[in-house]
Design a protein around this ligand. Sequence first.
Ligand code: ZN
Ligand code: ZN
Length: 238
Amino acid sequence: MFKPWAGRPFSSLLARLPSQCVVCRAWPAEPVCEACVARFAPPVPRCRTCALPVAPGSALCGDCLLHPPPLDACLAACAYAWPWPECIAEFKFRGDAGRAAPLATLLRNAPWVEPALEQADLVLPMPLAPARLRERGFNQAHELARRLDAAKCDPGLLVRTRETPPQSGLDRRQRLRSLRDAFAVEPTRASALHGRRLVLVDDVMTSGASLFAAARVLRAGGAAHITAIVLARTDLPA
Ligand SMILES: [Zn+2]
Ligand SMILES: [Zn+2]
């Protein structure tokens, strides 16, 4: 595949002019230019509740038919495939506004994301554990969420009570156990969820176990409708 930036480190790839495409550096262009969205983030039919690719015309994947996840809807802007893992890694390491904004724009322009945001009462970023937040200095999900809707973004309502080990390599039962009690609703604000429509934002969705665990807590807290919105989705069940 043609790589116009071959040989350039990704740190310089994203150090771009404001009107330069974050991927191909076309200029002047949108933060992620139309050609790159068409090429690297084409809309594909995705499962309504977990965003895995499905055959055209199918609403749900086989896994969601067997084990319906606690989400009403799940939307993904792109596959977790080149060039997005590199872009997202840079964003996580650096986290400055110039890097978050183009990725938030990509997410906002994905099918059905705008209507989901319009209908939502609250936009909640997936929280990091306090120790991880201190170490990284920012929460990448919050950086995306506040750019999607600053007025509805509520980063303090859903909290992460502890760090959890990586979910890869665990089976479904082990993931559920590992994530038990990992999320909670801020105790002083328990009533804030009652009857609310929520959008839950994360950067990458792999197995979905963390999003599902958070959604269960929100549902138990009274949320009426939960849509997960993720930047990149791994295309194989993890
Ligand atoms: Zn481009
Ligand atoms: Zn599914």
